[in-house]
Design a protein around this ligand. Structure first.
Ligand code: PMT
Length: 314
């Protein structure tokens, strides 16, 4: 899809140029160090039904796949550009929803030597297991400049930011990986056909005709970052069709990998599909009991494939 077409049907969101510049700087710095960098997309896209949006369509995606994967890529030494739905799961923070720390953290009172400009908090270590380690991991990644997060809310935001991220990563060639875990809407109401104001129920039952969203995999693989290692995801609810659909995606877009998953079992079982292989990854009850997550296995598998891909290119 040409840039002009994206612009005409999906108007450029405010703040795009600033985010594009941030992503470009991030990618250029890591690229100049010869690092591998992954773009992780995460969470669902919101599709507005009105220009001054009161109502919108959304989907189930929690963003957890993307958040946990981002943590694993950082552990594996990747620079991580985390393009995520605002308020969806965030790396290192998603295991600690407000109800966990609101009750556990207490302001430290009455310490005379602590200046009033400082806030000291304390907690029983057992009340927030893993919290300090998560803070340290996040801060280490952010301080080292290995992690950049960029937010989207709507489908239009996502499409523009994906294109800008791809342009930022293109100079890295095969060292760039695209890990497209976001659940992107397949349907939208074009800006030109959207009512400006809130749709009123006095108009009777609502009938909406939505257009098909162009798959961004096509320009991504062909034009935006043709040398990159690209992984798309395929989610189905019917296990009998998911591998076929994954294979069709590989044939259509000619990228490297599809990660196939089923809605209900997506936390414990996926299949890594390439043009000549199918690798099942699963978590045993014992691994789940130890708190292991399937993303650790997905990322480890993909990292090996990415290194082999880079070596083939050179
Ligand atoms: O967020 P969680 O709750 O942890 O769940 C994770 C997940 C189930 C959302 C994730 O594992 C997953 O499967 N994401 C992809 C869902 C899907 O089936 O997408 P799709 O078939 O609509 O799209 C195929 C691929 O193209 C996806 O990688 C998507 O990110 C990408 N895409 C889709 C549409 C579009 N216009 N442009 C795209 O790039």
């Amino acid at each position: 899809m040409a840039e002009e077409t994206l612009g005409a049907e999906f108007p450029e969101p405010p703040g795009l140029a600033r985010c594009a510049a941030l992503m470009q700087r991030f990618a250029a710095r890591l690229g100049s160090q010869g690092r591998r960098v992954v773009l992780v997309t995460s969470g669902g896209t919101k599709v507005p039904l009105e220009a001054r949006t009161v109502r919108f369509l959304d989907n189930f995606s929690s963003g957890r796949r993307g958040a946990v994967s981002a943590e694993s890529f950082l552990s594996a030494g990747y620079g991580v550009l985390f393009l995520h739905r605002a308020r969806s799961a965030f790396p290192f923070a998603h295991r600690f929803p407000p109800q966990t720390w609101l009750a556990a953290l207490r302001p430290v009172k009455g310490e005379a030597e602590v200046p009033s400009s400082r806030l000291l908090l304390e907690a029983e270590a057992t009340s927030l297991p893993g919290f300090a380690a998560a803070l340290r991991s996040y801060q280490k990644a952010a301080d080292a400049g290995n992690f950049l997060s960029v937010e989207f809310a709507t489908l239009t935001d996502y499409l523009h930011l994906l294109q800008a991220a791809a342009q930022a990563l293109r100079p890295l060639g095969s060292c760039a990986m695209f890990y497209l875990a976001a659940a992107v809407s397949d349907f939208y109401v074009p800006a030109s056909e959207m009512p400006e104001h809130k749709i009123h129920s006095s108009g009777g039952p609502l009938q909406i005709t939505m257009k098909l969203v162009p798959k961004m995999l096509s320009p991504l693989v062909k034009d935006w970052a043709p040398k990159a290692f690209v992984i798309s995801f395929k989610l189905e609810t019917d296990p009998t069709v998911v591998i076929d659909h994954a294979r069709k995606a590989l044939e259509t877009y000619r990228h490297q990998v599809v990660v196939a998953n089923i809605l209900e079992s997506r936390r414990s079982y996926v299949v890594i599909v390439t043009k000549d292989s199918e690798t099942q990854l699963s978590l045993s009850d014992e691994e789940m009991g130890k708190g292991m997550e399937i993303e650790e296995k997905i990322v480890s598998n993909l990292q090996s494939r990415h290194i082999a891909f880079i070596n083939e290119e050179n």
